[in-house]
Design a protein around this ligand. Structure first.
Ligand SMILES: Cc1cc2nc3c(=O)[nH]c(=O)nc-3n(C[C@H](O)[C@H](O)[C@H](O)COP(=O)(O)OP(=O)(O)OC[C@H]3O[C@@H](n4cnc5c(N)ncnc54)[C@H](O)[C@@H]3O)c2cc1C
Length: 789
């Protein structure tokens, strides 16, 4: 371009803020070149599509647009929704309106506007770099120029030009565009909480809405599991959007973008200044990026650099922190975030003043740190007061305060002296303003011992029978088995807790599995668990899943992974069986012996495998042959014990509508499952049950072999196996002879004396394989003899 005189200003980046900056300098009479490396990229990106009234004012002023040509509707504010709360409407103050639009259309319209100015030269498809006072342009145009001033408006790429630290990742956001009948397009932007992360829905065209799905860092991998993600989102989406969102996810029609944070304090120098995202990025939850960028350029051409920089540093702090603090409260799964979320809703509902103050902060109308600190403190203190009401125990009150205390960082940092804030701001992280390292106790994870204590108490509450043997085990085995057992109970609760509807079970299983495969945090599961009854130990356990996983994380990795894997296998199987329909008589039944074995494998064979991997893991020197044999017999160990329970509980199970005696066995004995308890058909019922007895004995025989393979010095492990095994043998023998086995309400139980004798026997025999086998044969023999006589 030899004819063109050198520019006064070079703007690097022809995105929304670069274009706006070019207009600002042109209006001030400067000769401006603006360089854009990828002119079409703006149509493919998922980026700013919502502009607050304050940003709209700047845009109108720079462009002269009364009504921007790319805008089809204006929006009066936000509606925020969360489960358990009435929706809250946050209208812009003074009847102001925001605009929603297609991002590419905004950028195209601005670029078109550039051509109205003779002193602006737009260079497309060329890349610009800064080298000292020179700007090197390469691509469609090759030039080196030396302007008076360079404005870096290159978005996040601008950080590299200014040699700043890169942005810190906060979440990923998936954008889906859906066309709706005009009447269904929401007037307000919707912010929906409660799912994996906040969902935003807003109009970007006459009939077009943008659905923005946020996935916090811990849940990022969900974007590769569209089926699961759509399942998780569905309960929170308005009904008319469920199907289109599901379709878009499954067809991979989602544009993903990283949502990151870089403190907005890199304005460069008098010669090379940064505007828009090049100066820093805020989380898009508060839709502030474009407005902040436009406010950067509103004064960049008119104020001396240092005054401009001071003004921007001052006015961007609160919008930046608001986006992070609000994101933490809206997306956080920890107890503190949940309490504050409830607190925010309660305050919004109660106080029009707080609603107004929040909207003013959100819309970047109010940028004073003291105002931010005031609203945050009021909500925080109110939340603490509500949470503390009714906490009579000082210990509980302390726990409440500890969960809320880390959030005090935001208001505290906001009222620190300005000099300190300026010095430290660039060190801020998404969770720690200024990164002051204020030693707030509550920011540390809860001491493990509390979680441990909870697990032991829960174990005792959900199963007395198992809690004692588990406590006999040495550490870290005890912790592994206890957590494994508790996780199995959670799977059990999902499978058959009477308070859960089938649709809820269907939603909870994938969530639970995602927790076990570490794709989502257990807090998500706990938050999604629909029951809440601290007096029901099973429900209480499910809602405290994070504690179990924290304790599980304290054991060696291989053992932890074994627990997660085998509980997952169990839950997958249970999920299959929850799809079973009842028969004509309203009973849930198994079909064949094979079906019975498969079911037993899922609910108990898996436990055998889990225990085996834990045992093997605790004996690094166990011979390979023993490992192999233990693995071969693992399923029998779990399934044998399970079969005994199924046999002894036939009558009780039938009363609650479940029959584990396969239909095929009943049919062979000329019975329907419903007739199993008919006293007139007792002989046939015994005949139907007979193959189950045989299978149970065979598996318990294997379980005896299994126990004998464990190293003799591992008395704790042997006792752990031997006790339930001898009890199961005694119960099976007792049941086989018992006339009451098929009588409803007449529990077939071994007597307390027998239990005491078994405990004494187990302790005596534990380390002596021959004695164990002999004892078992005696039991088997006595049982067979009794039946023969
Ligand atoms: C998912 C998501 C949703 C968002 N939603 C909103 C919202 O609703 N409202 C809102 O206000 N903000 C939102 N934002 C933020 C908003 O998109 C940004 O703040 C805004 O796009 C910043 O504009 P910019 O011009 O500074 O940078 P960009 O939009 O990134 O533009 C930079 C331009 O510079 C060009 N460029 C880069 N390097 C060079 C180079 N060396 N030479 C030449 N050209 C170069 C690029 O090609 C690009 O065109 C969102 C952000 C994300 C990620």
């Amino acid at each position: 371009m030899p004819m063109l005189p050198e520019p006064d200003i070079v703007v690097i980046g022809g995105g929304p803020i670069g274009c706006a900056a070019a207009l600002a300098f042109a209006r001030a009479g400067q000769r401006v070149w603006i360089v854009e490396q990828a002119p079409d990229a703006c149509h493919k990106r998922f980026a700013g599509e919502w502009l607050h009234p304050r940003g709209l004012d700047v845009l109108s002023d720079l462009t002269g647009w009364d009504a921007p040509p790319f805008v089809h509707a204006t929006m009066p504010g936000f509606i925020v929704k969360a489960p358990g709360h009435d929706p809250v409407t946050l209208p812009y103050l003074h009847d102001a309106h925001a605009i929603g639009f297609d991002h590419g259309a905004l950028v195209e319209a601005l670029r078109a506007r550039l051509h109205d100015w003779n002193n602006i030269h737009y260079i497309a498809s060329a890349r610009a770099t800064v080298d000292g006072s020179q700007v090197h342009i390469s691509g469609a145009v090759e030039r080196v120029v030396t302007p008076d001033r360079v404005i870096v408006a290159a978005g996040r790429a601008g950080a590299r030009m200014l040699q700043c630290a890169p942005a810190q990742s906060v979440s990923v956001m998936g954008g889906i565009v859906v066309d709706l009948p005009e009447r269904d397009v929401p007037e307000h932007a919707q912010v929906i909480l409660g799912g994996p992360g906040p969902i935003l829905i807003y109009r970007i065209g006459l009939r077009r809405v943008r659905i923005s799905i946020d996935l916090p860092a811990a849940l990022r991998s969900l974007r590769r599991q569209p089926q699961l993600l759509s399942h998780l989102l569905e309960p929170f989406l308005p009904s008319m959007l469920s199907a289109p969102v599901r379709k878009a996810l499954l067809a991979n029609e989602v544009t993903w973008a990283a949502a990151s944070y870089r403190p907005r304090c890199h304005y460069g120098t008098e010669h090379v200044s940064a505007v828009g995202d090049a100066a820093g990025t805020v989380h898009p939850l508060t839709a502030g990026g474009l407005t902040l960028g436009l406010l950067d350029v509103a004064t960049v051409a008119s104020l001396p650099f240092h005054d401009w920089r001071e003004q921007r540093l001052r006015d961007t702090l609160v919008p930046e922190w608001l986006s992070l603090a609000l994101y933490g409260v809206f997306a956080g799964q920890q107890a503190g975030a949940r309490q504050l979320r409830d607190g925010v809703f309660q305050h919004w509902q109660r106080s029009p003043r707080i609603r107004e103050q929040t909207t003013a902060l959100l819309a970047i109308e109010e940028t004073r740190p003291a105002a931010f600190a005031r609203v945050f403190t009021r909500i925080g203190l109110g939340t603490a007061a509500v949470s503390l009401t009714g906490q009579r125990q000082p210990r509980n009150a302390g726990a409440v305060l500890r969960t809320l205390l880390p959030w005090a960082r935001w208001p505290v940092a906001a009222v620190l002296p300005e000099r300190l804030v300026t010095q430290r701001r660039r060190r801020s992280t998404p969770v720690a303003p200024l990164n002051l390292n204020i030693p707030l106790k509550g920011s540390q994870p809860m001491p493990l011992t509390n979680d441990h204590r909870y697990c032991l108490e829960s174990l005792q509450a959900v199963s007395r029978t198992f809690s004692q043997p588990i406590r006999m085990l040495d550490e870290p085995l005890q912790t592994g088995v206890a957590c494994g057992y508790l996780l199995c109970r959670v799977a059990d609760t999902i499978e058959d807790h009477p308070g859960l509807e089938p649709a809820q079970r269907n939603r909870l299983f994938p969530l639970f599995l995602a927790v076990l495969s570490r794709e989502i945090s257990p807090e998500v599961f706990a938050a999604a668990f629909p029951l809440d009854d601290p007096n029901d130990p099973e429900v209480d356990l499910a809602t405290h899943l994070p504690r179990v996983l924290r304790v599980l994380d304290s054991i060696p990795g291989a053992q932890r992974d074994a627990v997660l894997y085998w509980v997952g296998e169990m839950a997958r199987g249970m999920q299959i069986y929850t799809q079973r329909r009842t028969d004509d008589g309203g009973l849930l039944t198994l079909l064949t012996m094979q079906d019975l074995e498969r079911y037993c494998y899922f609910v108990a064979g898996t436990v055998g495998h889990m225990l085996t991997e834990l045992f093997i893991g605790s004996h690094p020197h166990l011979p390979e042959s023993s490992r192999q044999r233990l693995t071969e017999l693992a399923e029998s160990f779990g399934m044998g014990l399970q079969l005994v329970n199924m046999i002894k509980d036939v009558a009780d199970d039938l009363e609650r509508g479940v029959v584990y005696v396969p239909r095929a066995l009943c049919a062979r004995a000329r019975l329907t499952p419903a007739q199993l308890l008919d006293p007139a058909l007792g002989a046939r019922a015994q005949e139907a049950l007979s193959p189950m007895f045989t299978l149970a004995w065979t598996m318990l025989d294997d379980a005896v072999e299994y126990t004998c393979l464990l190293p003799t010095e591992a008395t704790d492990q042997r006792l752990f196996c031997l006790l339930p095994l001898l009890m199961a043998g005694a119960t099976l023998s007792h049941a086989q002879d018992h006339p009451d086995l098929l009588k409803p309400g007449a529990a077939v139980k071994i007597s307390r004396d027998v239990v005491h004798r078994i405990i004494a026997d187990a302790q005596r025999l534990a380390t002596d394989n021959d004695a164990i086998r002999a004892q078992w044969q005696t039991l088997r023999h006595a049982s067979a003899q009794r039946r023969a006589s």
